[in-house]
Design a protein around this ligand. Structure first.
Ligand code: PLP
Length: 405
C-alpha cells in the first residue's frame, strides 16, 4: 500500500518539549516507575490552582458559553484587555485591535500563517520558546536565530540582530520575560530592538505571557509601550500569570503604526473567522482575571512560594561542580550551563535520556529551545521545595557519575 506520509510543510518543524524524551518518560511510567517531571510549565500538577474567582466565574457562566462568539472574541474581555494595555502604556489600542485565541499558541501560529511567504525570514531568539521557530517553519518562513547573550544576563545581542537582518526579513520576535532563560529585558535593550525594527520596517512580535511572573521587585516594560510608530503585536494570556493554561485563553494586541499593515490585519481577521472563535468559557475568564486582586503577587514576593522555589533550585544547581546559571528574574524556568570541559556532551537529547533512565528525572535539553550547543538544559521550578530538592539532588548525582566516567 502507498505509505501515508506527513505533509512536506512539516519537514522543518521541530517541537522537542513534547518530543522523544517525553515519550521515553511516558513509557517508563507505564512500566510502573515514578518519574519526576520538570519538563513543562504546567502549574496545576504542582498544586498551583487557578484563582478561585476565575474558576467560580467560569462555572457560573458555563450555560451562556455554548454559542459561538464574534471571531475576535467577546466584547467585555477585549475591553478589559484594552484597559490592561492602557495600564501598561501601550497607546492607541481599541477593542478592534484585540484578538482572543485558544491560548497564545494558536495566535502565534495564526500570526505567522497570515504573514509569511515561502522564504520570508523572521528573527527569533536563541534560545527560544520553540513554538515560535516551529510556527515560522510551518508557515513556509525561515527562522533566523539571534543570540541572547548568557554573559550579559541573557539579553538579546543587538549587534547580532542587526547583522542578521536581510532584505527578506519580515519580523522580529521578542520573548520577555523569557522562556527558557528567565531573563527580563531593560528599557535600553527594548529600545535597541525597536530601533532596528524602525530602520528596516520590521514587525515586532512581543510574547509577554510571563509579564506578571517577576521576582525581586522587578517591573516589566511592554515593548509596545515604547513606540507608537512601529507595528507591534503583543501576546499574552491566562496560562502563566493566572495558572490557568487548561482554559486556553490568550490574546494578541495590534498596536503602533497600522497604516501600512491593513492587508496583514485583514489576513489576521480572515484566519480568526476561519476558526470561528476561541473557546468561550476561556474567554469568559479573562475579564475577572485581569481586574482586582492579583493573586500571583503572593507567589512572587520575598517569601512567596515561587520565589522560594526559584532560589532553592538556583542555589542547588549552581553548587554542582561545573554548573553555572544566570538567576532568573521572571518566568518559571532556569537554563543552566554545563562546563563543556567537565561534561563533554555530544548529543544533549541522548544526555537527557540517560538522566531519565538513571535517575527518573525528566528535563528538556537546550537544543529543544534551538540552543546550538549541547551544553544547556531547562529546569521548571514549579514543584514544591522538597520535590525540587529531590529532583536536583538526583541531577547532581547523575552529573557526578558522568564526570567520573
Ligand atoms: N509563549 C511562551 C513564551 C510560553 O512559554 C508558552 C507556554 O509555555 C506559550 C507562549 C504558550 O502559551 P498558551 O498556553 O497561552 O498557548
Amino acid at each position: 500500500m502507498k505509505p501515508i506520509t506527513k505533509s512536506s510543510k512539516l519537514a522543518n518543524v521541530c517541537y522537542d518539549i513534547r518530543g522523544p524524551v517525553l515519550a521515553a518518560a511516558k513509557k517508563m511510567e507505564e512500566e510502573g516507575h515514578r518519574v519526576i517531571k520538570l519538563n513543562i510549565g504546567n502549574p496545576l500538577p504542582f498544586g498551583f490552582e487557578a484563582p478561585e474567582e476565575i474558576v467560580v466565574d467560569v462555572i457560573r457562566n458555563m450555560r451562556d458559553a455554548s454559542g459561538y462568539t464574534d471571531s475576535l472574541g467577546l466584547f467585555a474581555p477585549r475591553k478589559s484587555i484594552m484597559h490592561y494595555c492602557q495600564e501598561k502604556g501601550i497607546q492607541g489600542v481599541t477593542v478592534e485591535d484585540i484578538f482572543l485565541g485558544n491560548g497564545v499558541s494558536e495566535l502565534i501560529v495564526m500570526a505567522m500563517q497570515g504573514l509569511l511567504n515561502n522564504g520570508d525570514q523572521v528573527l527569533v531568539p536563541m534560545p527560544d520558546y520553540p513554538l515560535w521557530t516551529a510556527a515560522v517553519s510551518l508557515s513556509g518562513g525561515l527562522p533566523v536565530h539571534y543570540l541572547c547573550d548568557e554573559a550579559n544576563e541573557w539579553y538579546p545581542d543587538l549587534n547580532d540582530i542587526r547583522s542578521k537582518v536581510t532584505s527578506n526579513t519580515k519580523a522580529i520576535v521578542v520573548i520577555n520575560p523569557n522562556n527558557p532563560t528567565g531573563a527580563l529585558y531593560p528599557k535600553e535593550i527594548l529600545e535597541g530592538i525597536l530601533e532596528i525594527a524602525r530602520e528596516h520596517g520590521l514587525i515586532v512580535f512581543a510574547d509577554e505571557i510571563y509579564d506578571k511572573v517577576l521576582f525581586d521587585g522587578n517591573k516589566h516594560i511592554s515593548l509596545a509601550s515604547l513606540a507608537d510608530d512601529v507595528l507591534c503585536i503583543t501576546m499574552n494570556g491566562l496560562s502563566k500569570n493566572y495558572r490557568a493554561c487548561g482554559y486556553r485563553a490568550g490574546w494578541m494586541v495590534v498596536s503602533g503604526d497600522k497604516r501600512h499593515a491593513k492587508d496583514y490585519i485583514e489576513g489576521l481577521n480572515m484566519l480568526a473567522s476561519m476558526r470561528l472563535c476561541a473557546n468561550v468559557p476561556g474567554q469568559m475568564a479573562i475579564q475577572t482575571a485581569l481586574g482586582g486582586y492579583q493573586s500571583i503577587n503572593d507567589l512572587i514576593g520575598p517569601n512567596g512560594r515561587l520565589t522560594r522555589q526559584r532560589d532553592l533550585a538556583w542555589k542547588m544547581l549552581t553548587e554542582i561542580p561545573g554548573v553555572t546559571c544566570v538567576k532568573p528574574k521572571g518566568a518559571l524556568y532556569l537554563f543552566p550551563k554545563l562546563d563543556p570541559k567537565m561534561y563533554p556532551i555530544k548529543d544533549d537529547e541522548q544526555f537527557m535520556l540517560e538522566l531519565l533512565k538513571e535517575e527518573k528525572v525528566l528535563l528538556v535539553q537546550g537544543s529543544g529551545f534551538n540552543w546550538p550547543h549541547p551544553d544547556h538544559f531547562r529546569v521548571v521550578f514549579l514543584p514544591h521545595e522538597n520535590d525540587l530538592a529531590e529532583a536536583i539532588g538526583r541531577v547532581a548525582r547523575f552529573l557526578d557519575h558522568y564526570r567520573r566516567r
